[in-house]
Design a protein around this ligand. Structure first.
Ligand code: UDP
Ligand code: MG
Length: 326
């Protein structure tokens, strides 16, 4: 089994940041400490780094990151604008993949327990190419977030997507998995759905979720809804099939109604059916509009894909060789 005889890897932590001025310095210190500990324990190799991705922050984040990157343990990829969490992670992973054996993506707010890194690395050493971080429970979330998240995962599974319940982009990818991921060119990026479809041996690691270290959530309701919608429409065409099924049912129903009304007419008792007429036309009108909306959503996706636009544009990369410090 050559797979289990892996070399100790060079690890890159990829950390997306959007308006995180309250927390980046603390995060940098905690992550640096952890990286050094892992290195001392011989779990990762020298040359491992923390790579911050500035996702078009409008506050002081970028200036603080420049300061942090004076230390060669850090580097900064700064995007030309705000491309969103998924694209920011992708930009980081694709930049890191040239130098790293494994990449772990983790949020900037220290909500995801960084101590779980040991477990991620153990799974990698045991031969996994992909390791998913799964949160233990949702007690730090409000009732609304908990309920919507559960409903969402159920819906996704119903629609045939292979998303892993309660896994949110805290994840390890090996170089092999990163190379495979770079072959996917889609603009509508939903990594949580995409990565499980690649295959590869994978495993999960459970971790505790903490409260945000500082600042507030950068996921606005509209960003969350967009991600949820992307998750469904970029991973499954089942909604389109459901429309087809619904159309067929409505067709059957209208055939039955035709026969009934013809029989009524032939028997001479064609009562004034105002309510029936109204209900039927409202029902069919509603279903038609809803179906058009869903089809429109897919056409919009196709439109964006045909443009082949870049998914992110890198403005600058701050990089400092370790030797320069001496
Ligand atoms: N983030 C990003 N671009 C965005 C929104 C968020 O890079 O447009 C980053 C953010 O800085 C954080 C991570 O994505 O590191 C997760 O965001 P957040 O913690 O605000 O989301 P929540 O944990 O509340 O779901
Ligand atoms: Mg968070």
């Amino acid at each position: 089994m050559s797979e289990t005889m892996r070399e100790i890897p060079i690890l890159y932590l990829v950390v997306p940041c959007y308006n995180e001025e309250e927390v980046v310095e603390k995060t940098a210190a905690v992550m640096r400490e952890k990286l050094e500990r892992l290195e001392r324990e011989n779990k990762i190799r020298t040359g491992s780094r923390i790579m911050f991705v500035n996702d078009g922050s409008k506050d002081d984040t970028l200036r603080l990151l420049h300061g942090i990157a004076r230390d060669s343990r850090f580097s900064v990829v700064s995007l030309a604008g705000n491309y969103g969490h998924q694209s920011a992670i992708l930009a980081g992973m694709m930049t890191a993949k040239k130098y790293a054996d494994v990449v772990v993506t983790i949020d900037a707010d220290l909500q995801q327990d960084i101590e779980a890194l040991d477990l991620f690395l153990e799974k990698y050493m045991a031969g996994c190419e992909v390791v998913y971080g799964v949160r233990n429970d949702r007690h730090s979330d409000g009732v609304f977030k908990k309920a919507t998240a559960t409903a969402y995962y159920n819906l996704m599974h119903l629609l045939g997507s292979r998303v892993i319940t309660n896994h949110a982009d805290y994840r390890l990818l090996s170089k092999k998995a990163l190379d495979a991921l770079s072959e996917y060119q889609e603009t509508n990026l939903f990594l949580r759905g995409l990565i499980p479809t690649m295959g590869f041996s994978s495993d999960v690691v459970y971790f505790d979720v903490k409260a945000r270290e500082a600042g507030h959530s950068k996921y606005t309701l509209s960003k969350m809804l967009t991600l949820a919608m992307d998750g469904i429409t970029s991973m499954s065409v089942r909604p389109l099939r459901l429309i087809g099924g619904l159309g067929f049912l409505v067709f059957l129903f209208s055939m039955v109604m035709c026969v009934i009304s013809l029989v009524d007419w032939a028997m001479g008792n064609n009562v004034p059916g105002y309510t029936t007429t109204l209900l039927v036309s409202l029902l069919i009108g509603g279903i038609t509009l809803l179906s058009l909306g869903i089809i429109g959503e897919y056409i919009g996706k196709i439109y964006m894909e045909t443009k082949h636009r870049p998914r992110y544009i890198i403005d600058t990369v701050v990089w400092r060789e370790a030797e320069e410090e001496k």
